[in-house]
Write a protein of this length. Structure first.
Length: 697
């Protein structure tokens, strides 16, 4: 067994050092050696205090998540935290980097905690569909109070060292070398004969009998559908009602229940997929990339302004190009307003907002783009316009500059054909609002250079996005699949459903909004223009399903006009509108379609299984390299509930044979034009397999 943990002595201080790169995860070997080192330090009569610290870039960044779902290996982490707290000598955690999850639970079990100023601590288990399982829900409330602890556990966000000290979770923030400072702190504990602070002996108290009920109510909307945050409330409540040992048993019961749940499997799948997705399949671990030190954005509309903000936030200078001063001023106003809002909300300091604005260089001249390393075009979604723009860029941009289009549908290869450098062209599809949404669909063209793809993925991570590499097809991954759901939603309207019935089913499944509420929010005129541009290519039934045309003809464009599929009050609260229901019923009559009662199950199957079937086609065509690419696109771009793992993971969970049987059922009842199963789906179902040979992680 490799020696990961060492015990050394400096004067009267025993120094336990763990070196298990890259993140010092609390794997079985780390746990075993930590216990051994702790036992040796306690047994050494010359050691009066013990310091636990980690080599490398971080303290214990958490448990080894790949262990979850497997047979447990002793010693378990709850046993280790109990051993640490029960040590007869003072134990000090010396924290740098991040102490997260199990790492923070180890620190909480220590009698004292010191940290460098840049350190962060936290309990992010809710992001994995879990709660802390080694005493976090029992010790943290006793240490910093119930309200503060519960907020940290339910949010799952890392807490900076300064805030953690103010709350009482850290005893001292140290300057200089952490090892030296921690030894000095330990010597002080020895010299002052400080009493050991065993957190389990403290009291967790909530004086407000309604606190937990009110807290649960406060998170109900934000955490809708998730189990773990509500289990966390139960566990913290146990800390206030039960003795420590019983509270620990209750925490463990809740942890084990969540660990076995479909939600935790799904959220762990998402966790690992988010780390895999940025790796270009088949490329080396560190593929060659190009330097991107300056960026140009074409178009200062809502999307262009949002894209510019993404780069400004990352400290990258941006040249913003528009065709008129009026449009440019409007875009600058949007950016200023966004930063002013951030300052007003306390998200950033005024000095930081001013600094970001100084990185922005507005212009009306293409010549000002000559030195840009990356150019992102965000103009009108029209191929003629796009090709004209890329022709101009080809003429002025320096050799090696990357030329990217923010198109959401159009063919990147055709756009690249307007240049003499197709190897430098790709799609970078941001999602609206661009400065908020995490997904970035990077679209590789037929001739896009590997270094250009790798650079786009690296840049995506640098600006805080979750980048996914996809190939060229109509709508790429997200919009291609969305088109199938949209098609079925409109067909369901014709056949007997209403907008609020369809929206309710998708909302209850876990989407933030149903398809028609989303359409109203985005603006029906946008969907209508897209439909008109594709009208000649649509199959007869889709062309004849002109409900959107009829609604837009009434001047109802959604929330911005106060009416779309729904009617909106001055607070943009939606209510069902009988006028729209009557319009839909009349449309069905005109089309000679007999309306019928449609079950929630049929609505859900037709909306979801049409997407899953298209996802299978995307996978078999090689538009993406892995099923996780599809899942991450839908989670971060379209609101697919993370606790269901993404469309293809969800399909595996319910079984591909179940999905295939439903598709064949709809093929028989609705026709093969829209309900022919993907060959890959048929193959996998016949073989009793899923999209994932083994679960990610």
């Amino acid at each position: 067994m490799p020696r990961i943990t060492t015990l050394s002595t400096v004067g009267r201080v025993g120094l336990i050092t763990v070196d298990y790169p890259p993140a010092n995860a609390l794997s079985p070997v780390v746990r075993q050696q930590l216990v051994e080192a702790l036992g040796a330090a306690v047994a050494d009569p010359d050691v009066a205090a013990i310091v636990i610290l980690c080599a490398g870039r971080t303290f214990f960044a958490g448990a080894d998540i790949r262990e979850f779902g497997r047979s447990p290996v002793n010693p378990l982490l709850p046993e280790i935290t109990q051993t640490i707290e029960g040590a007869p000598k003072p134990v000090i955690a010396a924290i740098h980097g991040t102490a997260l999850g199990g790492g923070f639970e180890v620190a909480l079990a220590c009698h004292f905690r010191v940290a460098v100023a840049s350190a962060k601590v936290g309990l992010p288990e809710v992001r994995l569909g879990l709660i802390p399982g080694a005493g976090g829900t029992q010790r943290l409330p006793r240490l910093i109070g119930v309200a503060a602890a519960l907020q940290i556990i339910v949010d799952g966000n890392p807490v900076p060292a300064a805030k953690a000290k103010a709350l009482g979770a850290i005893d001292a923030i140290v300057d200089g070398d952490l090892r030296t400072a921690a030894i000095a702190f330990a010597e002080g504990v020895i010299n002052e004969k400080r009493e050991l602070v065993r957190t389990s002996e403290l009291c967790a108290r909530s004086d407000d009998p309604s606190f937990f009920t009110e807290f649960e109510r406060s998170i109900t909307r934000k955490q809708r559908g998730f189990l773990a945050p509500f289990f966390a409330i139960k566990a913290v409540r146990a800390a206030t009602e039960l003795p420590f040992e019983q509270g620990m048993r209750r925490e463990r019961e809740l942890f084990i229940e969540l660990l076995a749940s479909p939600q935790s499997r799904a959220q762990r799948h998402v966790f690992f997929s988010e780390r895999e997705v940025a790796k270009v399949s088949g490329a080396p671990d560190e593929p060659p990339t190009r330097d991107v030190e300056s960026v140009a954005v074409l178009g200062a509309g809502t999307m262009g302004a949002g894209i510019a903000i993404c780069f400004l936030n990352a400290g990258i200078p941006v040249t913003l190009l528009e065709t008129s001063q009026e449009n440019l001023d409007r875009g600058l106003g949007t950016i200023r307003k966004t930063y002013a809002s951030g300052v007003a909300k306390g998200v950033m300091q005024r000095t930081e907002a001013d600094h970001r604005m100084r990185l922005l260089h507005p212009t009306l001249a293409y010549d000002d783009l000559r030195e840009a390393d990356l150019v992102v075009e965000a103009v009108f979604e029209d191929m003629t316009v796009k090709k004209e723009v890329f022709g101009k860029l080809d003429a002025v941009c320096k050799s090696g500059a990357i030329l990217a289009s923010n198109t959401s549908y159009l063919n990147i290869d055709e756009i690249a054909s307007a240049t003499k450098r197709p190897q430098d062209v790709l799609g970078m599809h941001f999602f609206s609002p661009a400065n908020v949404m995490k997904l970035l669909e990077n679209v590789r063209g037929e001739r896009t250079a590997p270094a250009v793809c790798a650079t786009a993925m690296k840049v995506g991570k640098a600006i805080g996005k979750v980048p996914v590499l996809v190939g060229v097809c109509d709508g790429f991954v997200g919009n291609r699949m969305l088109a199938k759901r949209t098609r079925e939603a409109y067909f369901l309207l014709e056949e007997g459903a209403t907008p609020d019935e369809i929206d309710r089913v998708l909302y209850d499944f876990g989407f933030p909004m149903g398809p028609f509420a989303v359409a109203d929010l985005a603006g029906l005129d946008i969907g209508w223009r897209n439909r008109q541009s594709r009208l000649a290519r649509l199959p007869p039934r889709e062309r004849a399903n002109n409900l959107l045309d009829k609604i837009c003809a009434l001047g109802r464009y959604g929330q911005k006009t106060g009416a779309g599929f729904y009617r909106y009050d001055d607070k943009r609260m939606a209510t069902s509108d009988p006028l729209i229901v009557d319009l839909i019923v009349a449309h069905s009559h005109e089309r000679e379609i007999t309306r019928r009662a449609i079950s929630d199950q049929e609505i859900l199957e037709r909306c979801l299984y049409s997407m899953i079937n298209e996802g299978a086609k995307i996978l078999e065509e090689g538009i993406v390299a892995r099923p996780l690419d599809v899942d991450i696109v839908w989670i971060h771009g379209y609101g697919f509930p993370a606790y269901r793992g993404g469309p293809l993971f969800y399909a595996d969970e319910i079984g591909l044979k179940t999905v295939l049987a439903a598709i064949l059922k709809y093929r028989d009842s609705l026709g093969a034009e829209y309900w022919t199963p993907a060959a890959l789906l048929e193959q996998l179902a016949a073989e009793g397999r899923g999209f994932y040979p083994v679960a990610v992680g």
